[in-house]
Unconditional design. Structure first.
Ligand SMILES: Nc1nc2c(ncn2[C@@H]2O[C@H](COP(=O)(O)OP(=O)(O)OP(=O)(O)O)[C@@H](O)[C@H]2O)c(=O)[nH]1
Ligand SMILES: [Mg+2]
Length: 305
């Protein structure tokens, strides 16, 4: 199965729900003020958010007048064009060869941090890299075991301490072990934390400082995992985590489970942090680099790939 097909399958819920409504709205109508208003409402209902929807509509009006379009059904390809343009270029994750790279993975409870680390471990292992995972979630009893299951599947080592320990100590040990073993990539899992719990957020700051201190220049990515089905709440998660650690990218998970894909646009328009990876399922191969063009096509193209 090709990538586009898999992505379209992953986005099937969002695609069906949105496209059926979009087509019902635009097909057979003339483009006028009330159509724009209803379209804006539809975008807002699909998690695009008020700010991003307004910008999209402004862009759409401009294209419509430039191209002298009058029929509603032309709006769909125009929207696809606008969405892929506004989402910009893909932002790839790049590793430095021949030295230790560290990814710190953070986010609120249950968004898919551990699963995404498992998927990343498998992906990079298949690329021939030496991978290690650090079980920085010492909070939840079963967290380390969950990581170990993924790691075993991928054939990579996990550094873990007893539950209740200090995550910074786990990370400290993992960094030293990774150095000694010539590891290319260390993936650091962390406990799910609510962004309004100050002490847990401070702990995250500490983990980051340990990495910067023990392995200067190794911290390649600080990835915030966000569940696509949380809607506009995702925006405040990005904002709050970015205040504690300098986020380099977002992993947007569970896009397969949401009937709304609009959060991708809301994040893009309202936050500085790029979406780098998307999760469209629970299998190891269901974590993908985020490609705006492909995403726009999978969501809006009339041709199912
Ligand atoms: N459908 C779908 N499920 C996902 C995806 N990513 C993760 N999940 C599921 O989401 C659930 C939670 O995933 P975890 O990886 O345990 O999340 P977590 O952020 O580590 O959770 P805590 O450690 O408890 O904070 C699991 O059942 C995963 O299989 C995805 O892209 N799509
Ligand atoms: Mg976890």
């Amino acid at each position: 199965m090709g990538f586009m097909q898999k992505l379209a399958d992953g986005l099937a819920k969002a695609r069906e729900k949105f496209l059926v409504k979009l087509d019902a709205l635009i097909v057979g109508r003339k483009i006028d003020e009330s159509l724009y208003e209803e379209l804006e409402e539809l975008l807002i209902l699909n998690d695009v958010g008020v700010t991003a929807s307004a910008r999209l509509l402004k862009h759409l009006r401009k294209l419509v007048s430039e191209r002298k379009v009058q029929e509603g059904h032309f709006l769909r390809p125009l929207l696809q064009e606008i969405v892929s343009e506004r989402l910009g270029k893909p932002e790839a994750i790049e590793l430095q060869q021949g030295r230790l790279n560290v990814f710190l993975v953070v986010g609120v409870n249950g968004v898919g941090k551990t699963t995404s680390i498992g998927k990343l471990a498998q992906y990079y292992r298949e690329q021939g890299l030496k991978i290690m995972c650090a079980a920085g979630d010492t909070f939840r009893a079963a967290a380390a075991q969950q990581l170990e299951i993924w790691a075993e599947r991928a054939g990579v080592q996990v550094i873990a301490h007893a539950a209740g320990g200090d995550p910074a100590a786990v990370v400290y040990d993992a960094l030293h072990s990774a150095r000694a073993k010539g590891i290319d990539l260390l993936l650091v899992d962390t406990a799910g934390r609510l962004h309004n719990k100050t002490n847990l957020m401070q702990e995250l700051g500490k983990v980051r400082r340990i990495i910067e201190r023990e392995a200067p220049d190794a911290l390649r990515e600080i990835l915030l995992v966000v569940d696509a089905s949380t809607g506009q709440n995702a925006l405040s998660q990005v904002r709050e985590f970015a205040e504690i650690v300098p986020l380099t990218g977002i992993i947007l998970t569970k896009l397969d489970g949401t009937a709304k894909g609009g959060i991708v646009l809301a994040i893009r328009e309202e936050q500085q942090v790029p979406i780098k990876l998307i999760g469209v399922g629970e299998k190891a191969s269901d974590l993908r680099p985020f490609d705006p063009q492909e995403f726009a096509a999978a969501l809006l193209s009339s041709k199912t790939p």
